[in-house]
Design a protein. Structure first.
Ligand code: PMP
Length: 360
């Protein structure tokens, strides 16, 4: 079976490797949260942790490697793949490297989780932890230094590689449109919301949406909203620290098209808002999503509850697609997840404590 068949929604048959299990993620109705928020529109999450390497970035890793093999930049058994990443692109590249026989080096900023580092090492990648964003010692600076002094080393460079947005143009978007669900029968997307890191996800989706609008001018126009953490400059504001991983930067990546007609609006979200929404999705929708998924949901809700979002929020035929980029298993050791994970005391636990006779 081909891993490229975008309209395939359930795995069947025998796949030739884990690379064939990249993408093909489910679109899941976040019905409980939609109702609790008093929204008439449908909230639909594209849940990317179901992909083989656990995130939306598997798609671009696979495409960047395959395209570089086609044009001869990568030679299995010979090339060394080096990439600066917040971890998830690294996971996809390390997965492809393990299967195809590349050496793989990932430069990873210090704030990124231990879980990502350990999984990368388990896949056979070499890891360099780096301090800050904007110095020669940054993950980008160190990756270039290694590449410049190693024969056969290649940086595929997700920040400038056109195959980053194209992966979403050719897989994420067609999968959404092909979703076989009565909850998405009319196949109209009224609002699509995604966080921006490199911007590949939102730019690729937006390019596909705008091309579809040109092909079918009678259809609804889709509003594209990008979500950016407080502390990142992409959606405006001052640079600063924040804990959520994978989104926001202190420079504009080349693949990001930040203005209309690509992106209609930016919404800023802080860590507390993001992590509260991550925990809400786990508790109410039983979806083990990561921190930037909480940012995306928080951004979508802010937009829908604002005056600009009113006509979509109150329309029962409107579909809102939210990209949920990775899973919380990437972040189990982080304080934001461990704090309050058990939830407040409740009558069931009180009863159990009475029966068992000790604190639980
Ligand atoms: N969330 C997470 C967890 C990520 O790793 C990334 C990739 N940096 C994103 C969101 C953003 O994706 P993109 O780079 O396509 O903007």
């Amino acid at each position: 079976m081909s891993g490229n068949s975008a309209n395939q929604h359930h795995w069947s048959g025998v796949l030739s490797s884990a690379l064939d299990a990249v993408g093909h993620t489910p679109l899941i109705h976040l019905k409980r949260i939609q109702e609790a928020q008093g929204l008439q529109c449908r909230l639909l999450g594209k849940v990317e942790f179901f992909s083989a390497g656990g995130s939306v970035k598997d798609r671009i890793a696979k495409r960047m490697v395959e395209e570089a093999e086609k044009d001869g930049r990568l030679i299995p058994g010979k090339s060394v793949i080096i990439e600066p990443t917040s971890g998830n692109t690294g996971m996809g590249l390390a997965l492809a490297s393990a299967l195809k026989g590349y050496q793989c080096i990932i430069t990873l900023p210090a704030k990124m989780s231990l879980e990502k580092e350990v999984m990368l090492r388990a896949l056979g990648a070499e890891i360099v932890r780096t301090p800050s964003w904007d110095s020669p010692e940054s993950h980008i600076g160190v990756a270039h230094k290694l590449r410049d002094s190693m024969p056969n080393a290649v940086i595929l460079d997700q920040y400038s590689n056109p195959n980053n947005p194209l992966a979403h143009y050719h897989t994420t978007f067609p999968e959404i449109m092909a979703s076989p669900s009565s909850d998405f029968e009319n196949k109209e997307i009224d609002l699509i919301v995604a966080g921006a890191g490199t911007g590949g996800t939102i730019t690729g989706l937006s390019d596909a949406i705008r091309d579809r609008e040109k092909a079918f001018p009678e259809k609804n126009k889709t509003t594209v909203v990008a979500v950016d953490p407080v502390g990142s400059i992409l959606g405006g504001g001052e640079p600063g620290n924040y804990a959520v991983e994978g989104i926001g930067y202190d420079f504009f990546p080349e693949v990001l098209k930040p203005n209309a007609p690509s992106i209609d609006d930016w919404v800023k979200v802080n860590d507390d808002e993001a992590f509260a929404m991550t925990k809400l999705m786990i508790r109410k929708e039983a979806l083990f999503v990561g921190g930037s998924s909480g940012s995306a949901l928080a951004g979508a809700l802010k937009y829908l509850h604002s005056p600009k979002g009113q006509s979509i929020a109150s329309n029962p035929n409107a579909n809102v697609i939210i990209i949920l980029p990775d899973g919380v298993r990437n972040y189990l050791s982080k304080d934001w997840f461990l704090e309050g994970a058990q939830g407040p005391s409740n009558p069931l636990r009180e009863k159990m404590r009475e029966i068992i006779g000790r604190e639980l």
